[in-house]
Design a protein around this ligand. Structure first.
Ligand SMILES: [Zn+2]
Length: 151
C-alpha cells in the first residue's frame, strides 16, 4: 500500500520546484496526515500544542519545531468565507467542531506537522481589532469533513 504521507510530501517537493507557495491540501490529505502521526504519548516537542480545539499558539513552542506541509487556502478564492460550519450545533472553540476545509477558519489555515512525531496541526492568524493571535488546533482525523463550501 502506498504511504499517503509520502504522497503528500512528494507533491509538496515537486511543487516547490515550480511554485514557492505551499501545496494545496484536501480533506483527504488531512485525514492521511492525522492518521500517520504517532499518537501516544505526546512527544515533548509538541506536547504544549496538543489540543482538541483551537487555542492560542503557546509562546514557548520553538519556531522550528513544526514544519509546514501545505495549506488549505484556495488560491482561486480571493475572499474566503468567514462563515463557519457547525451542523451539530458546535461553536468555533468546541473540541468537537468539524474540521471543514472550505469553511472559516480552516479555509485560511496552513497545515503543519511536528518534526519529531509527525503529529499534524492547523494554524492560522486571527486578525482582531486590536490584536493578532496565532491559533493552533491538532488535526483529529475523526473531525475532518469534506463539506461543500457555502453557496
Ligand atoms: Zn511531536
Amino acid at each position: 500500500m502506498p504511504d499517503p504521507i509520502e504522497g503528500v510530501v512528494q507533491r509538496r517537493q515537486n511543487r516547490r520546484m515550480t511554485d514557492p507557495t505551499a501545496a494545496p491540501l484536501t480533506a483527504a490529505d488531512l485525514v492521511a496526515l492525522a492518521r500517520a502521526a504517532r499518537r501516544d504519548p505526546p512527544c515533548p516537542t509538541c506536547v504544549s500544542l496538543v489540543c482538541p480545539g483551537w487555542e492560542a499558539m503557546p509562546a514557548s513552542i520553538a519556531r522550528d519545531a513544526l514544519e509546514r506541509v501545505g495549506t488549505l487556502r484556495d488560491p482561486t478564492i480571493e475572499e474566503p468565507t468567514v462563515a463557519e460550519y457547525h451542523p451539530a450545533g458546535t461553536h468555533a472553540w468546541s473540541p468537537e467542531a468539524p474540521i471543514a476545509p472550505r469553511w472559516f477558519p480552516y479555509n485560511r489555515c496552513d497545515v503543519w506537522r511536528c518534526g519529531t512525531c509527525a503529529r499534524a496541526f492547523l494554524r492560522y492568524t486571527e486578525y482582531g481589532g486590536y490584536y493578532n493571535e496565532e491559533r493552533v488546533r491538532e488535526i483529529d482525523a475523526n473531525r475532518v469533513v469534506d463539506a461543500p463550501g457555502p453557496a
